[in-house]
Ligand binder design. Sequence first.
Ligand code: NAD
Ligand code: ZN
Length: 369
Amino acid sequence: MSQSFQAAVIRQQGGPFAIEIARVKEMRPDELRVRIVATGMCHTDMIARDQVFPVPHPIVLGHEGSGVVEAVGDKVTSVVPGDHVVLTFLNCDHCSACHEGHPAFCENFNLHNFSGQRVDGSHAIEGDAGEALHDRFFGQSSFAQTTIAHERNVIKVRKDAPLDLLGPLGCGIQTGAGTVFNALKVAPGSSFVAFGGGAVGLSGVMAAAAIGATTIIAVDIVPSRLKLAKDIGATHVINSKEEDALARIHEITDGGAHFAMDSTGIPALIAQAVLALRPRGTAAVVGASKPGSKVEIDLIDLMQNCKRLIGVVEGDSVPHVLIPALVDLHMAGRFPFDKLVRFYPLDRINDAAEDSEKGVTLKPIIRMP
Ligand code: NAD
Ligand code: ZN
């Protein structure tokens, strides 16, 4: 009989997450089975639950999983049963972006991560009565005790690291840190501003500190987030409800920041991120804006000052390189992302979603029974 496990299933727009029994249907030779230990929750789960970002329902969401490899297909060579792994997004490995080493911009990204099925239309799991259940969300659907993933989206990590903490490295934290390391290439001694101090923005703050930026500014409107930003590496914080953020940034950096990252997705703040730059500075957009959003940019400022505004997905990372590096930085005490998280048991997953949406919890992590 196929293996059964508990999973949080979304059956209708807006939820709730319902804990149900699901079953493994089939594992292919290039796939592996992972016992999920814990899975982080982020906004992408909510917008998929609410179908702001349309995915087929019923579906098992969850895309920041970590766990232990239980079984591998005949063609899998990079991991063996017992290995500790972090799950990340799945890429196709044969488009030009993948060949050029930029899997986050895979031309088949949506097909592999948001279609709710394998590329050939099949599923690796099913409901307890054999009914159809969509899976493969970010190549994993990890709000579950078990997942069938592809060898490519499973990253082996060192066994002395706390496995239940590591899942968010697969998406939200990789996004903030990767944007700093790979896309912006924040330099030692430079200045960096994070507009938005959620999990993504604060990951950028920690990464900028780790790489040796010497002026690190966090802008937010929630005092507790600004306090946390200071604890993890920000040299300055600005509550933009109380202060003129742009004027303060120019004052602190003596003429503008070298680098900025927006994780709020608010067009007016993205325009400010560009204005906050010094000549030849770069600003990155990583927050998800409402579909159709537009930004007004001062083109003379952009041209005369040789500024750049770029968009970044998943930190433009190669996860097999970045995720183990972030684990090493964490273990060395230089990337304290444990300060961002709060753990919830699977049967409290709806409370985790509510706390995240209210801003009470920065990064919920769901522990599997
Ligand atoms: P979050 O909601 O925790 O963070 C957003 C922060 O912005 C909050 O701290 C909030 O207080 C702050 N904010 C809101 N309005 C503000 C204002 N007017 N001025 C200053 N600060 C303000 O979310 P997160 O988990 O950090 O994710 C951020 C965004 O990144 C989301 O939109 C998410 O969907 C997106 N995301 C993108 C990628 C990618 O690959 N590009 C990956 C993961 C997440
Ligand atoms: Zn590709």
